[in-house]
Design a protein around this ligand. Structure first.
Ligand SMILES: [Zn+2]
Length: 396
């Protein structure tokens, strides 16, 4: 009797406390709604590094993998069925070595596409994305990170487009020979004349210009040249976390004015003030890696470098609420048409609590529902916005 009374009292107090702090009455209902929205949304994530796990670690991403943030089963279940697979070339690949590395990554992607054509298909247009996900498969959009992969030659850029690449970041941690990075010393005062040519050629052939990683000056130079919307595929908000990789409010406004989209990066150091200092040290250390190798020896170095950096997640203080705050910040600033998901899964070494891998995505959507987001806006954030940019840049 006494025990029953205690339980009853505890339940009553919990209910009263929830009512007083305005907690949602039924979170399981929001989760069910979120899962339905994910089943219906396109599910674009504008930056994942998962193909590196296939190339560097020989992992079979067609099966559920014990580690990592993404594999094909988890993409399908979470409803994030249209990721941009990044062909990420470390900046220590120089000149034609960077071209060779890009081809290796493109080949690794092709091997996944060929071996699992029942599960995944290459998308060249927004219409392809819609057709492929309707068929119940994962739709792979290819993107290059970063511009040094063209080895200062527009012919390489054009051939990457022929190989199905539909977007490219202009820089990574280091400056390219024609564009300044946000995590390097200014060298070109933004974009050089050849850098402007790269942007114009990307516009002409229908490749999305991705300004994640570039310096603020490179960003504004790019906007002055481009005739098409640009994206920040995996950046977050500098007003919330003062990291050079994040965008200022002014940059987000300028991006939105041109019809662009920012994909919110889930790396803890992009999301949480408490983690930003560790990230500054991280950027500096990562940018300083210069093995001075070529060929097989360089590839072996890169494989080990990737597994050492991203194989085990490091402790951090970010939470899923931080990711919600960054999305909400962009929406309050420029509306729901200019924000998306750019998780950086499998390319980050710190993940927020509650958002440890792609399978947790519906929880993020449930939290946005609790904040009053409409299903229409959530579907834009979960892919509609990036699909719009694909249509505007690629043309179909
Ligand atoms: Zn990146």
């Amino acid at each position: 009797m006494r025990a029953r009374f205690t339980i009853f009292t505890a339940v009553t107090f919990a209910g009263l406390a929830a009512a007083l702090i305005g907690a949602p009455a039924d979170t399981s209902q929001d989760m069910a709604r979120a899962r339905r929205i994910h089943a219906e949304a396109v599910g674009v994530d504008s930056h994942i590094d998962t193909i590196q796990r296939a190339l560097n670690g020989g992992e079979d991403i067609s099966k559920r993998t014990a580690g990592g943030h993404v594999d094909l089963p988890r993409l399908r279940e979470s409803g994030m069925r249209a990721p941009f697979f990044a062909l990420y070339v470390p900046t220590y690949y120089k000149g034609s070595e960077a071209v060779r590395r890009t081809l290796q990554l493109r080949d690794a992607m092709q091997r996944v596409l060929d071996a699992h054509s029942d599960q995944i298909e290459l998308a060249l247009t927004a219409a392809d994305v819609e057709r492929i996900i309707k068929a119940g498969k994962v739709s792979a959009v290819l993107t290059i990170e970063s511009g040094h992969a063209i080895a200062d030659d527009l012919a390489a850029l054009r051939m990457y487009h022929r190989l199905g690449v539909r977007s490219m970041t202009l820089t990574h941690f280091r400056n390219t020979n024609w564009a300044d990075s946000s995590t390097d010393q200014p060298q070109h005062n933004g974009l050089s004349e050849f850098g402007r040519e790269v942007v114009r050629e990307m516009n002409r052939i229908g490749m999305i210009v991705d300004i994640s990683h570039v310096s603020d000056k490179t960003f504004y130079d790019t906007l002055a040249v481009t005739t098409r919307p640009v994206i920040a595929s995996h950046s977050s908000c500098r007003a919330l976390v003062d990291a050079p990789r994040n965008m200022t409010d002014d940059m987000i406004r300028a991006l939105a004015k041109q019809g662009g989209v920012i994909g919110i990066n889930f790396g803890a150091s992009f999301l949480s003030r408490k983690d930003v200092e560790a990230s500054r040290r991280g950027f500096a250390t990562r940018a300083a890696v210069e093995p001075n190798l070529t060929g097989k020896a360089l590839d072996e170095f890169a494989a080990k470098d990737y597994t050492d950096t991203y194989g085990v997640m490091k402790p951090n203080q970010a939470t899923i609420e931080d990711a919600v705050a960054h999305i909400d910040h962009v929406v309050k600033l420029v509306g729901a048409d200019h924000v998306g998901i750019g998780s950086d899964w499998d390319g980050i070494s710190t993940v927020p609590a509650g958002l440890e891998d792609v399978s947790k995505m519906p929880a993020l959507t449930a939290m946005l529902l609790q904040r009053g987001y409409s299903e229409r806006d959530l579907k834009k954030i979960l892919g509609g916005n990036f699909l719009r940019v694909m249509r505007q840049v690629i043309g179909r």
